[in-house]
Design a protein around this ligand. Structure first.
Ligand SMILES: *Cc1c(COP(=O)(O)O)cnc(C)c1O
Length: 357
C-alpha cells in the first residue's frame, strides 16, 4: 500500500486509511496457522463493513456482544455464523437465534429458559487462574464477566427446555503472548473437560505491541500448542486481527513551545483515535514531511480542549506545519471506541485501499 499517495491528498480533515489487501493477507495467515480451530472475529474491535467482508472468507464466524452488533453483522453478512456474548443481555437479546449464545450468569440462563425456540449455549467461565502480564483482565478474580465455578454448577443444574448445552466459553484476559495464552488455554480446557464440555471457546486477547509493531502475536506457536485436543476448539480474536490494517492520517496545524516544551497540534484528535488515551501508550507514527532538520522532543496533540488529547508524549520527531503524520496500528479499538461528537469537529474521511487479488 502506498500511504504517501493518501498523505499527498490529505486536506484539513483527517482520514482513516484501511489497507484491505494487508488485512486479507494477515487474516489468511491466521487461518493457515490454526487449521483445526474455529475462528470467530470479535466485531467490537472494528465493525467496519468493508473489513468484515474481507475477514469473512478466512473465519468461521463472528462474535458479537450486543443486539446492535448482531443486527449489523446480519445486515452486512446475512449468512455468517454468530456467537452472541457480553454481560447485560436484554430479553430482546435473549430471544435472538445466534449459532451460539454465551450465557453470562444463572439469572441470564433463567430468563433464557422462558423462550420457546431452541438455543445452543456456551457457559462463560471466569476461572481463578493467574492472568499476570495481561493488559486487561476479564477473569481470574472478581469481575462482572462470566461465572465462577459455583455459578457454572448452578447453571448446569438449571439446563433443560429450549436450552442446549454445548460447552464452555472463557475470555479471561487481553494482551497476552502465545505462551501465556496457551497456559490459560490449558487451565480452561482442563476445567471444561471435568464438566464434559464437548466444545470450548478460548476467547481472544492475543497481544498487540504498540511500541513494537514488528513483534506480532505468534499464531503458529499458538496453533501448534492447541493441536491434538479432542474437544472442538474456537477462538475469537479482535485486536490482533484488525489493529495493523488501519492508519489515521492528520496534519500539523501548529507548533508551539510552552514553558520549554514543544507541542505539535494536529488536525483531529483522540475523539477520532482514542486508542493512545485508553491504552496509555504513544501511538506509533510516520511523518511525511519536508524538514531535514534534526529530531526534537515533541508532544503530539489534537484539537480538543482537554489535556487528555495526546497521541504521543515527548517522542523524538522532525515536524513542520503542514507535514502529514500517519498514525499506525489504528485498525482496532480506534475510530469505533472514540467519542466522536465531543467538541463537534468534522468527522474524518475513510479511504479503503482495495485491489485484493
Ligand atoms: C473483546 C472480546 C474479545 C476480543 O478481544 P481482543 O483482545 O480484541 O482479542 C473476544 N471475546 C470477548 C468475549 C470479548 O469481550
Amino acid at each position: 500500500m502506498n500511504l504517501r499517495d493518501h498523505a499527498d491528498r490529505l486536506g484539513d480533515i483527517p482520514a482513516y486509511v484501511y489497507d484491505l489487501p494487508g488485512l486479507h493477507t494477515h487474516a489468511a495467515a491466521i487461518r493457515r496457522a490454526l487449521p483445526d480451530i474455529e475462528i470467530y472475529y470479535a466485531v467490537k474491535a472494528n465493525p467496519d463493513p468493508m473489513l468484515l467482508r474481507v475477514i469473512a472468507p478466512h473465519v468461521n464466524g463472528f462474535e458479537v456482544s450486543s443486539g446492535g452488533e448482531y443486527a449489523h453483522v446480519r445486515s452486512v453478512l446475512p449468512n455468517a455464523r454468530l456467537a452472541f456474548g457480553g454481560p447485560g443481555k436484554t430479553d430482546a437479546d435473549l430471544s435472538l437465534t445466534p449459532h451460539r449464545m454465551h450465557v453470562e450468569s444463572p439469572g441470564e440462563l433463567r430468563r433464557l429458559l422462558n423462550r420457546s425456540e431452541p438455543v445452543d449455549i456456551l457457559l462463560r467461565a471466569n476461572l481463578d487462574v493467574p492472568v499476570a502480564g495481561a493488559a486487561l483482565a476479564m477473569g481470574g478474580g472478581a469481575t462482572p464477566f462470566g461465572m465462577d465455578p459455583a455459578g457454572i454448577q448452578e447453571c448446569l443444574a438449571l439446563l433443560g427446555g429450549p436450552v442446549r448445552f454445548r460447552g464452555l466459553h472463557a475470555h479471561l484476559a487481553s494482551g497476552l503472548d502465545a505462551p501465556d495464552l496457551l497456559k490459560l488455554a490449558t487451565a480452561v480446557i482442563g476445567y471444561a473437560r471435568e464438566l464434559g464440555a464437548p466444545e470450548i471457546n478460548l476467547g481472544g486477547g492475543m497481544a498487540v505491541r504498540y511500541q513494537h509493531p514488528d513483534q506480532r502475536f505468534d499464531w503458529t506457536a499458538y496453533g501448534q500448542g492447541l493441536t491434538g485436543i479432542p474437544e472442538k476448539l474456537r477462538i475469537e480474536p479482535g485486536r490482533a486481527m484488525t489493529a495493523y490494517c488501519g492508519w489515521y492520517l492528520t496534519k500539523v496545524l501548529d507548533l508551539k513551545r510552552v514553558h520549554g516544551e514543544l507541542f505539535a497540534v494536529l488536525t483531529g484528535g483522540t475523539h477520532h483515535l482514542r486508542t493512545p488515551v485508553t491504552k496509555g501508550h504513544n501511538q506509533p507514527f510516520t511523518v511525511f514531511g519536508s524538514a531535514e532538520s534534526p529530531e526534537e522532543t515533541v508532544t503530539l496533540v489534537g484539537q480538543l480542549c482537554t489535556p487528555k488529547d495526546v497521541f504521543a508524549r515527548r517522542v523524538r520527531a522532525t515536524l513542520r506545519v503542514g507535514d502529514v503524520v500517519a498514525f499506525a496500528m489504528a485498525g482496532a479499538y480506534a475510530w469505533n471506541i472514540s467519542h466522536h461528537d465531543f467538541l463537534m469537529h468534522p468527522k474524518p474521511e475513510f479511504h479503503y485501499v482495495s485491489g485484493i487479488s
